[in-house]
Design a protein around this ligand. Structure first.
Ligand SMILES: Nc1ncnc2c1ncn2[C@@H]1O[C@H](COP(=O)(O)OP(=O)(O)OP(=O)(O)O)[C@@H](O)[C@H]1O
Ligand SMILES: [Mg+2]
Length: 479
């Protein structure tokens, strides 16, 4: 919807499979001075949304093809500030509440009063005007609360936790693999608390040399050590009134853990070389991708500190545990990189999404973000195709996880060969395994096996010769 074509009259889209309801509502709203468009189901509704500039949507929940909830989600990914009013039948209040959480403006229950709908419509359009329409997708809409995208069970649960604890002084411990959004969540906790206008101070415990951690956290007085020519406040003091985020808390040296524990328990500490006790009001959020329970077991993390930190445990699921969120995340990153790279990729082809869903994402959302950035850069079609994705993502998701035994890896480094030789040996082994398996599965039928391997028949015959595999005897690997 190019801005120069914005109509003066507000456009309202009514999506409902009941013709009568569509008729009554459109008549009423036309009389009120709106331009009204209608659609019979969610699918048509989405098409209308793509084709026209729509200011407001009124939609039924239960509809054939694409239902109201899905319409809501998809529409809000595209346009987070779009006011959507849901019409719900009696007894679907739960869904209505879910819809509100997902970013619906309001809902009316059937049978409804015309004036009620008129009022809500007017209010929604007014709100939209006041807000302006240029919010970023991450700030509102379904699956985008707290700037965190997702609508899987794991993320919905996360929203609930954030809602409950964001504005409390309680310490939270965020755990999750690398790239799952730990820092994003830590910032969300801060942004949604009454501390949001006070500092958010991040300390990466893994990045600070062991001997400097104490002075970094607690500050130092002049002359505390060589080089301390002035005194300096630590991160605890800088975070006063706000939030202190201790990232990679698992890396904090054991000697420091007692001091940290005391600072947390008593909200007071001394600067290094200082005698004055300093009191601060700090909300602590810690994060780690390590298994602290294991660190406790091997003696490198204090159990008492763990319990002190773990008041509210927030576990972030790995992306492969919530592949349902991938389409939403893809949309989100497409919007982001379209803007940044001045491209106009409109979405992803189903086969591209399939590839993305199948890939195991060891680097989680950060990796997905990088993959989409690269794909947007390479994409020269309207929609992202599987071929725009990097080969390691696309080709062989199963092979991306081939176990590489620790012992073999160190033996390789200790042995004679160089990188090239090792890769060559490993590749030919893999090649042999895949070719023999394809032949086994097709009981030796070279044509079928070639199709499975996506190479030509001729190519397979050559390969078999090279590998010493004979035609017609799949079990015989030529050894
Ligand atoms: N649910 C999400 N929705 C949108 N973006 C996300 C989400 N989770 C993570 N990201 C993005 O993914 C990237 C990595 O997130 P973040 O830095 O918070 O991960 P992390 O868990 O702290 O990783 P690490 O352990 O490597 O430090 C960031 O750009 C972040 O904005
Ligand atoms: Mg991080």
């Amino acid at each position: 919807m190019p801005p120069q074509m914005l109509p003066e009259r507000k456009q309202v889209l009514i999506v409902d499979d009941e013709p009568n309801l569509r008729k009554i509502l459109s008549a009423q709203l036309s009389r009120d001075g709106y331009d009204v468009l209608t659609a019979e189901d969610g699918e048509q509704g989405l098409a209308q949304l793509r084709e026209h500039h729509i200011d407001l949507v009124i939609t039924d929940l239960k509809m054939p093809k694409v239902d109201g909830m899905t319409l809501l989600r998809r529409a809000l990914v595209e346009e987070p500030e779009l006011p959507i009013i849901l019409i719900t039948a009696h007894g679907t209040i739960d869904t209505a509440v879910e819809a509100l959480k997902a970013g619906a403006f309001d809902f009316v229950t059937k049978p409804f009063d015309k004036d009620e709908v008129r009022q809500i419509v007017a209010k929604a359009l007014k709100t939209r005007e006041l807000r302006g329409t240029d919010a970023t997708p991450a700030s509102a809409g379904q699956g985008a609360r707290f700037g965190i995208i997702g609508n899987s069970a794991g993320i919905t649960e996360l929203y609930a936790i954030l809602e409950r604890v964001a504005d409390t002084p309680t310490t939270a411990l965020i755990t999750g693999e690398s790239g799952t959004g730990k820092e994003l969540v830590a910032r969300a906790l801060h942004e949604h608390s009454s501390r949001k206008d006070k500092p958010f101070i991040k300390v990466n415990c893994a990045a600070i040399p062991k001997e400097l951690i104490e002075s970094e956290l607690f500050g130092y007085e002049r002359g505390a050590f060589t080089g301390a020519v002035t005194s300096k406040p630590g991160r605890f003091e800088l975070a006063n009134g706000g939030t202190l985020f201790l990232d990679e808390i698992g890396e904090i040296p054991i000697e420091m853990q007692v001091k940290l524990l005391r600072a947390l328990q008593e909200s007071e500490f001394e600067r290094v070389g200082g005698i004055k006790t300093i009191r601060v009001d700090v909300r602590l959020v810690a994060a780690t991708n390590r298994d602290l329970k294991k660190l406790i077991a091997n003696g490198s993390f204090r159990e008492d500190l763990f319990y002190r930190l773990n008041v509210v445990p927030v576990r972030l699921p790995a992306l492969r545990e919530r592949t349902g969120d991938i389409p939403l995340l893809v949309e989100h990153f497409l919007t982001k990189f379209n803007e940044r790279l001045r491209k106009k990729v409109e979405g992803a082809e189903p086969e591209a999404l399939e590839v993305l869903v199948a890939y195991p994402w060891p680097g989680n959302i950060r990796e997905l973000e990088n993959v989409i950035e690269r794909a947007v850069l390479f994409c020269d079609t309207q929609k992202l195709r599987a071929s725009d994705l990097a080969p390691e993502i696309r080709g062989i998701p199963a092979m991306a996880n081939v176990p590489l035994p620790e012992a073999d890896l160190s033996a390789a480094l200790a042995g004679e060969g160089g990188l090239k030789e090792h890769v060559k040996v490993a590749m030919s082994r893999l090649e042999r395994e895949l070719v023999s398996r394809a032949l086994q599965q097709t009981t030796g039928n070279v044509t079928h096996a070639a199709r499975l391997l996506k190479i030509s028949r001729k190519g397979l015959q050559l390969k078999m010769k090279e590998l010493g595999l004979r035609e017609g005897s799949p079990a015989d690997k030529g050894e």
